[in-house]
Structures are given as C-alpha cells and as structure tokens.
Design a protein around this ligand. Structure first.
Ligand SMILES: Cc1ncc(C[n+]2csc(CCOP(=O)(O)OP(=O)(O)O)c2C)c(N)n1
Ligand code: SF4
Length: 291
C-alpha cells in the first residue's frame, strides 16, 4: 500500500483504466467484476477498509484462493495473492506459512470450495491450529460454474443440479470447525459489516492460531434467481430476516431454528500454534543430536 499511497513516478499508471483501479484501491472502493447485488464486491471493499484502517503491511498478509467467483476478491485489493486450485487454497497457504512463519496467510474460500472438494484440507488445517485466517464465503451455491448445489444449499432449495429442490442435509462449517479444533470461529452475514470487520481484526491482529470467519453472502444470479429472489434486495432481506444471534438462539428449539442463520463469535481460545510446536520440535531434535 505504501507504494500506492506515496506513488513514485514509475508506479503511476499510463492508461485511464489502470489509473481508476489504482484510485479505487487507494480509497478502499475496489473495481470488481461481480454481478449486480453479489455480496463479494462489498466484502472486498470491507477487507480493504480493515487493511487501510490498520495500516497493514501487505507483505505479511498474503491472500490465497482456490477457484470460484470469490477468487476475484484479491484482484480488487492491494497486496499479494496466489490463485491455487479448486479446494487447495488451504494446502498451499499451509506450505507458505511453514516456509515463512512471519506471514499470516489470508485464505479466502467459497462454500463449494471449502466444504466440498477442499473439506479434508479444512479439517486438517483446523486440527493443526496453524496461524492463518480463513474467510469462508457462504452463498449457498456454486456461483462460478452455473449454480450447482453446494453442501450449504438448504434442504428444499433449488439449484441447477437440484431443479426440484435439494434433498441433502447441509454441512455446518462452524460445527465442523469446532469438532476439528479451530481456535477462533465466527459467523456473520454480509449485512453485518461492522461485526465481521471486527472479527477479521481479531483474527488478523490478536488471535494466534487458526481463525475461521464464515460470511453468509448473496448470489442473486443463481441462488436468488432459482429460489424466487431474483432481485438482489429480496435475497438481502431474506438473509437479514433469517439471521439470529447465538445468544438468542440458545433459548430456541430446533424447530424454531430450522433454516435460520445463527451468527456470533462461537469459539475464541488459546492453544499452542503449529509453527511454534514445529520450532520446538526442531530445537529438541537438534539438541538431542548435539548430545
Ligand atoms: C478440480 C476441479 N473441479 C471442479 C472445478 C470447477 N469449479 C470451479 S469453481 C467451482 C465451484 C465454486 O463454488 P464456490 O466455491 O461456492 O465459489 P463461488 O463461485 O460461489 O464464489 C467448481 C465446481 C475446478 N475448477 N477444479
Ligand atoms: S454468479 Fe453469484 S457469486 Fe458469482 S459473481 Fe455472480 S452473484 Fe456473485
């Protein structure tokens, strides 16, 4: 960001398009390629705001993504990013963190990406408690490939591959991460920017270990259109009206909570971090060899 803000002459873009992108990055309102009403543009802007507010050293917080519409989020942001394979963002981020412990990878993932093809990487990253931030974008469908059913598609909801409504049970990422041992877990919706920006700050600047921030987002183009909420505002209102805070949900029955989005900070604990344990192991083995 420093070079963008102080901008030497060499950094100054020649084309108008490049100049607009640069200005967009500087003021935290990125140019992006997402559909009208998609939650991802707003989420990208708010990640940018967290970076700017905290004067983040971008080299310390590189982005890793798998494949999905969400993979374009880092292209709208300043900083370093690496696009990996579908579901493999966490595996590559784990390798990067082990090779360079001073970084804190930010792994952005979709619900198709992390809860389907990448589930195994997700479980193992949680149990290792490796110091990274995972932003799971939960829009209840595979956006990029044409609206196929995802493991988060609610029972009864329609998708390209479930034209008469899904008959599958969903995967709850928060419960899965809890069971697998993640040490920070929060879920919010994209309608709650202050809450999720606060959780993002907690994971990035306070928490040492595996932090999951699940964000329920809108895909009006596929999930909305197939489920009678084609207008972005309808889907946005549906998300808002079905959101319940954890504190309130505690006193509600399973029947009352059916199809509700339970939000809040679910876990925030301290457990020794993976790189630290790895460093200890190296020191122990080296010490033993010297004897
Ligand atoms: C190995 C492999 N299998 C399948 C695909 C096709 N593919 C690309 S993106 C995607 C789904 C992405 O959905 P999600 O992670 O929910 O992200 P969204 O597009 O909704 O942001 C699939 C199945 C692929 N790129 N690579
Ligand atoms: S297809 Fe859906 S997830 Fe992809 S950019 Fe469009 S609205 Fe967003």
């Amino acid at each position: 960001m420093a070079s963008l803000l102080t901008g030497s002459k060499e950094d100054f873009p020649e084309s108008e398009a490049a100049l607009r992108t640069m200005v967009g990055k500087m003021i935290g309102q990125p140019k992006h390629i997402f559909c009208r009403g998609c939650g991802y543009g707003s989420i990208a802007a708010n990640i940018g705001r967290v970076f700017i507010k905290n004067n983040v050293d971008e080299a310390k917080y590189p982005f890793f993504v798998g494949v999905g519409c969400y993979s374009a989020i880092p292209t709208a942001l300043p900083g370093h990013s690496l696009m990996t394979l579908h579901g493999r963002g966490l595996a590559v981020a784990t390798g990067a963190k082990l090779a360079r412990p001073s970084i804190k990878p930010i792994c952005i993932s979709g619900d198709g990406d992390l809860l389907s093809i990448g589930t195994n990487h997700f479980i193992h990253a949680c149990r290792r408690n490796i110091d990274m931030c995972v932003i799971l974008l939960h829009n209840k469908i595979y956006g990029m490939t044409g609206g196929q059913q995802a493991p988060s598609t609610p029972k009864g909801a329609k998708a390209t591959t479930a034209p008469y409504g899904s008959i599958d049970r969903t995967i709850d990422a928060v419960e899965l991460a809890k069971t697998a041992g993640a040490t920070y877990i929060a879920r919010w919706t994209w309608a709650q920017p202050r809450k999720y920006m606060k959780s993002l700050e907690t994971i990035l600047f306070e928490h040492k270990g595996f932090g999951l921030l699940e964000l329920v987002s809108s895909c009006p183009t596929y999930f909305g259109r197939k489920n009678d909420m084609a207008e972005p505002i309808d889907l946005f209102r549906w998300i808002r009206s079905n959101t319940i805070h954890l504190d309130k949900a505690k006193d509600m029955s399973a029947e009352e909570l059916k199809d509700k989005i339970i939000v809040g900070e679910f876990v925030n604990t301290k457990v020794p971090e993976y790189n630290e344990r790895y460093e200890e192991l190296i020191a122990r083995v080296r010490g033993a060899r010297k004897k």
